[in-house]
Each structure stands twice: as structure tokens, then as C-alpha cells.
Design a protein around this ligand. Structure first.
Ligand code: SAH
Ligand code: SF4
Ligand code: F3S
Length: 466
């Protein structure tokens, strides 16, 4: 991992000065923004930072896109489908821009970090005012200022490896939130675009992370999720602080009841981390451990650096040491060269492990990645068929394995209410990440409460409040 370069205070101060100027320029204008965020929690958190800067500049969130003065797309490019949706949704804004030429449209995020795609978008949609990549997030107030002065703004740079501290964030959820501990990825799985659009792996200093968590605890947050593309390889404080030690430090922060983290790469899951999970009561008994495939041949072609047996050994160690742990995963079907037998290896692995949720994807070739140029690209129909069969098997297995929860008692952090059925149901997660629905109302939201499980479905559990 490369040593991070902390963006100097001077540059952050320039952005803060721009925020103040915007505040002055936009006051009494009821300037409203709408952010459409695609992709993973990294992007969601970047959107919270963009919203934080806009709120400090005196802007307010618009309830609908149609009411906004500024529409910002924070894009993802992990699969082709995500890109297509962005192009479609930006195209659909043409009429709104014609009706209100003062409408400001901005596009940022991972898709815009791919220079060729960003240039294509710039040409194809002349009504887009601002385009910027992932490494420019902290400069957004300055870019908005330029756009409001009538300029069309396009910024792209490959200066990755930087970390910007001290930006405000407007957090969506008042009791559970994400804290980024590291940026970027060095793993270069052959199918994945993330290292190209998020830059090299770099870790925040533990004192900055701890200060953020302490602030969140004081503000009443009960659950935090530590985020990174590969948190197990976190190395902060000039390489002196590893992830298990960081977990111990965060565990000492009073007020936080639950600590989660994602994502974990199996090749870096250390005995120390398993021991920390086992010994620290606030660290939830859940791990998201993407396996991607159950075939050694395919795992090697994916450059995942572990075998099926390595993975099964980790599962065994986790189950032995961390009481009641649930394991969730990501799986790709139809990677180049995947034969029926490889796919069946994946099904067999799923049966052996008993995942409590699996996010399954059809392989999507990403320009610039090694796998996109590999021979043996799989037919879309075959990919679809494999995805369908895999999902069916997972649902069946979950229906069966969830039965073990019936009669058990556990603590949920109540996230919301669903009024679509005959009865209003509150819902929240157990520490192991299982979602439980139970009769309840909105007054419960944000509370930690005990429930008893009364029934099990494939995707969730039903229960009653104790
Ligand atoms: N850093 C995380 C995940 C990042 S992307 C990790 O390593 O686990 C989230 C998931 O998207 C991946 O786990 C993978 O299953 C899926 N994914 C990434 N690239 C993909 C592609 N080209 N086609 C299909 N799925 C992909
Ligand atoms: Fe992509 Fe692999 Fe990095 Fe995850 S670990 S972000 S899948 S390259
Ligand atoms: Fe996340 Fe998509 Fe970027 S998955 S890191 S928003 S490419």
C-alpha cells in the first residue's frame, strides 16, 4: 500500500472559502439540490459529503428532481447496466433544462473517472454543466461557483492517492452511518473496474477516524459501519495501525453499540481479525466475505489469490470462533471461460457454506480490465440461466436455514416501518445482519429492542417485540 498524501489544508480552505462565497451568492434564493446516487456505500458516502458541502453553502434538499435548481448524478460503472441507467436518466433531463436554462446539471463519481466515458458524456449532453471525477470531490464548491458564473466545467485528473479530511457530511440516517477508513483498491481482480476509478489503496489515520466516530457517538449514532473496498488490508498511521487494532480502539468509544465493517477480502482475513470479532462484543457477528466463484480455475483467472479450500477454511474458523456468525457474499456467474462444471462448483460451495445472503451478478465486461479481453466470453443467455439457477438454490437454502431462528430472541436496531401490508410492520437488523419484521410503529425507529422470532422466510424473519 502506498503512503497516502493528505490534501493540504490550503486546498481544503479554498473549498471552504468557496462555500462561504456560495452562501452569500445564494442567500434568499431558496436554492435546492437533488442528488441521484448510484453504486456502493462508498458512493453513498461521497453523496453525503456533496450534500454536506451544499447544505453549508445554504442550499436545501429538493423533494423531487423537478423542483431542483441543481441536479447531481453520482455515478457507478461497476457493471454496464449501471452506466446505461445513468446515460438514460441524464438524457431524460433535456426537457427540464430547456424549460429552465438556469438549472445546473452535474455528473461525478466513478463513471466520470474514466476519461473516455466522461468525454463521451460531455459531447453527447451539451446541457450538462459540470463533470468531475472521484479525485475532485473536495473541489466541488469551486466547480459549482464556476458553473454558476456561466462556465462549462470539465475536470479530470489521475492524481489518485490523496485523502481529503475535514469536509462536512450530511448523513441520511440519524442512528446508523458509515465511516470510511480507507480509499481505493490495489487488488486488480481481473473483472473489476474499481482500482481504475478509485485509485490506489490508502488508509486514513486512526486519530481522524476515531475523532469522527467520537463525534458521531456524541450526536447519538448507535451503529457505525467501517467502509473500504478491502478493510482487512487497512494500514493507517504510516503502516503502524492494522485493522484489528483499529477495531479495538473504536470499541472503546462510549455510546456506539454496534460496529460493522465491509468489505473483507478473503485473502487478507487474518486470525487477528477473527479473534477481534470473537472478543469484542460491540463488533457484530456478521461478515461480508465475497467469494465470487466456487471454482479454483475461475478464482485464479479472476486473480482472487485464494482457493475454494482457503475460503472454506476461513468459514470454518469464523464459525468456530465467532458465536452465531452469519456470512454474506458476492458471486459472479458467467466469468470468461466458466464451464457448467465450474458453475456447479459455485452451487456446491453455496450449499456447503450456507450464506445468509448472496449478491449475485452476471459478469459484465468492463473496458480496460483484463477479463474483458479474455477468450471464452459467455453468452448472455447462459449467464442469465446460471444466475436464475443460482438465485433459486440460494432462496431454497435460506428458507431452510432461517428456520433455526424460530423461537430465538435477539436485539434489533429498528430502521423503519412498512405500511404496505394489512398491518404496519417495523423492521430492523439483528447483529448478524438478518432483517426482522414485527408489528410496530414509527415511534420505535432508532431504538435497540429485543424481539422473538416467530416465523422465517427466505429473505427475512418475522417476530414480535418483547
Ligand atoms: N471491494 C469489494 C467489492 C466491490 S464491487 C470486494 O472486493 O468484495 C462489488 C461486487 O460487484 C463485487 O464483489 C463483484 O461481485 C461485483 N462485480 C465487480 N465487477 C463486476 C463485473 N465486471 N461484472 C459483474 N460483477 C462485478
Ligand atoms: Fe474490485 Fe477486487 Fe478491489 Fe473488490 S478487491 S474492489 S472486486 S478489484
Ligand atoms: Fe462503488 Fe460503483 Fe464506484 S460499486 S466504487 S460506485 S464503480
Amino acid at each position: 500500500m502506498r503512503e497516502p498524501v493528505f490534501i493540504n489544508q490550503e486546498e481544503i480552505n479554498q473549498s471552504k472559502a468557496a462555500i462561504l462565497r456560495l452562501q452569500h451568492a445564494l442567500q434568499d434564493k431558496n436554492y435546492r439540490y437533488f442528488i441521484e446516487s448510484y453504486g456502493c456505500q462508498m458512493n453513498d458516502h461521497d453523496s453525503e459529503k456533496l450534500a454536506g458541502m451544499l447544505e453549508e453553502a445554504g442550499c436545501h434538499k429538493a423533494a423531487h428532481k423537478e423542483e431542483a435548481n441543481l441536479i447531481l448524478f453520482n455515478t457507478c460503472c461497476v457493471r454496464e447496466h449501471a452506466e446505461k441507467r445513468v446515460f438514460g436518466n441524464i438524457g431524460a433531463l433535456k426537457k427540464q433544462k430547456e424549460a429552465d436554462p438556469s438549472l445546473c446539471i452535474a455528473v461525478c463519481g466513478c463513471m466520470m473517472q474514466q476519461e473516455a466515458v466522461a468525454k463521451r458524456l460531455y459531447k453527447r449532453f451539451p446541457f450538462v454543466d459540470i463533470i468531475f471525477g472521484t479525485h475532485e470531490l473536495h473541489r466541488f464548491p469551486l466547480l459549482l461557483e464556476e458553473a454558476l458564473a456561466g462556465k462549462r466545467v470539465f475536470v479530470h485528473s489521475d492524481t489518485d492517492g490523496e485523502i481529503a479530511e475535514g469536509l462536512p457530511a450530511l448523513r441520511e440516517n440519524p442512528f446508523s452511518t458509515n465511516v470510511i477508513i480507507m480509499y481505493g483498491c490495489d487488488n486488480f481482480c481481473t473483472y473489476c473496474i474499481v482500482p481504475y476509478v478509485r485509485g490506489r489503496e490508502r488508509s486514513r489515520n486512526s486519530q481522524d477516524i476515531l475523532a469522527e466516530v467520537e463525534g458521531l457517538a456524541k450526536a447519538g449514532y448507535k451503529e457505525i459501519t467501517l467502509l473500504g473496498q478491502n478493510v482487512n488490508s487497512y494500514k493507517g498511521d504510516g503502516g503502524k495501525m492494522d485493522f484489528p487494532t483499529l477495531l479495538h480502539r473504536i470499541h472503546e468509544v462510549p455510546g456506539i453499540s454496534r460496529i460493522r465493517f465491509m468489505t473483507s477480502h478473503p485473502k487478507d482475513l487474518s486470525p487477528g481479525l477473527i479473534a477481534a470479532m470473537a472478543s469484542l462484543p460491540k463488533v457484530c457477528n456478521h461478515i461480508h466475505l465475497p467469494v465470487q466463484s466456487g471454482s479454483d480455475r475461475i478464482l485464479q483467472a479472476m486473480n482472487r489469490k485464494y482457493t475454494r479450500m482457503d475460503y472454506l477454511r476461513l468459514v470454518e474458523a469464523l464459525r468456530r470462533q465467532v458465536q452465531g456468525i452469519e456470512i454474506t457474499t458476492d458471486i459472479i456467474v458467467g466469468f470468461p471461460g466458466e464451464q457448467e462444471e465450474d458453475f456447479l462448483d459455485t452451487i456446491r460451495l453455496v450449499e456447503e457454506v450456507g450464506f445468509s445472503a448472496a449478491y449475485t451478478f452476471m459478469y459484465s465486461p468492463r473496458p480496460g480490465t483484463l477479463a474483458a479481453k479474455m477468450e471464452g466470453q459467455i453468452d448472455e443467455a447462459v449467464k442469465k440461466d446460471r444466475l436464475f439457477r443460482l438465485n433459486q438454490r440460494i432462496a431454497q437454502l435460506l428458507q431452510e436455514s432461517n428456520q433455526k431462528y424460530i423461537g430465538q430472541q435477539g436485539e434489533v436496531l429498528i430502521e423503519g416501518c412498512d405500511g404496505r401490508g394489512p398491518e404496519i410492520m417495523a423492521f430492523g437488523k439483528l447483529p448478524c445482519f438478518k432483517m426482522v419484521y414485527f408489528p410496530g410503529d414509527t415511534s420505535l425507529i432508532g431504538q435497540l429492542r429485543q424481539v422473538r422470532i416467530t416465523a422465517a422466510q427466505s429473505n427475512s424473519l418475522l417476530g414480535e417485540l418483547l
